[in-house]
Design a protein around this ligand. Sequence first.
Ligand code: TRP
Length: 450
Amino acid sequence: MDSQHGMWSSRTVFVLAAAGSAVGLGNIWRFPYVAGENGGGAFVLVYLACIFLIGIPIMASEILIGRAGRQSPINSVRTLSAGSGANPLWQAVGWMGALAGFMILSFYAVIAGWVLSYVLQLGAGTYNGADAEFASNAFSDFIGNVWSVVGCYTVFMALTIFITARGVGRGLEVAVKYLMPTLFFLLIVLVIYAAVTSGHFMEGIAFLFSFDVEKLTWNSVLIAMGQAFFTLSLGMGAIMAYGAYMPKDVSIIGTATTVALMDTAVALMSGLIIFPLVFANGLESSGGPGLMFITLPLAFGQMSGGQFFGCVFFILVTFAAITSAISLVEPAVAWIVERMKVSRVSAALIVGGFVWILGLGSAFSSNIWADVYIVGNMTFLDTMDYVSNNIILPLGGILIALFAGWVVDKKIRDEQMAADLLYYPVWQVLTRFVAPIAVSIVFLMTFLNG
Ligand code: TRP
């Protein structure tokens, strides 16, 4: 059976699409700054453990559910639970996911808008020869201007909706096939640059990899876990939606592992670029969301040819963000197409319109609403980010694991895992027990510790 929305033409295309979804701002922007805020080493280790013990099994679960259902996540879960004689309430997983996708995209697109403006700023040579102070001031000035932030945000949303409306197959496939390898290559160049010129490369490595348990709190464990979900695009049905277009007979666990390894490589490389530059320029490792926007322009400003490479680099990050953003709307778009029998174009516009309005709150969070706190000392943007990544995604992840591991009919599961005989039992243990229990413990401990 094929999906009505189209199919990926091969395993490679699925890997590219899933990697396109996974690799994005989560790796280049978010990973270094949350690792910095949470003290580095120990945080990174917990993050890596979450990727392998929780992330990969849940990614495989999402692919399995999607490929067995061949529809939007909401309808795939519905069909499978009906077919397995389970409670129809399982559908809630799909609904919760669509909601999380809206919330995440709404702030994600705002940050991607910042990236877009850096394409122009670097291209114009704004940072040539700049020092750390200039770079941090330029960043605060930019995000403090409501018009530029909303403008860039709107352009990014429009690009995302445009590509989504065209259909996943053609638009996306081309983008990931050429742009991802280029991005990877430029990241390697930057790692070498940081290693050779910063003079603080070892310090960067030590910060990322030295295990200092003292710095670890349950809240930072929760954040490491949330980051693992976020960076692999898990817990809301994005990979499930993509799994629906995956050819049958392809190994699910092998594919999920490949995608996770690629994603992890990009995150670690970003850390190896950003931290040496942070230490070399006397910046704070806990500098928050601005970290990438200050360190990278600085580095490019000092590099020969930096104006060109800097501009190209931010263009590539923009594309990495678009291929991720598309996967955030795909579950909702596919569902609207199935349910309301409208075209992809209308579905994409409907979703885009809702998300755009919601995202204004995040666009305002660094300027006219900078002093508006929703929970504790979190702005609107911080709240969207915290709640979706650290609560909704892990919760969605537990439910997805339980659903794939226990609820889906054994016959369907065996059939989907036919190409994974070797690791099937390992997956089963991780999905049925390890992942749900680990996520629950982290939730409970964070909650108990306030
Ligand atoms: N993984 C992407 C990134 O790291 C963001 C993303 C895309 C995402 N789709 C998702 C996050 C679905 C959570 C759920 O930039």
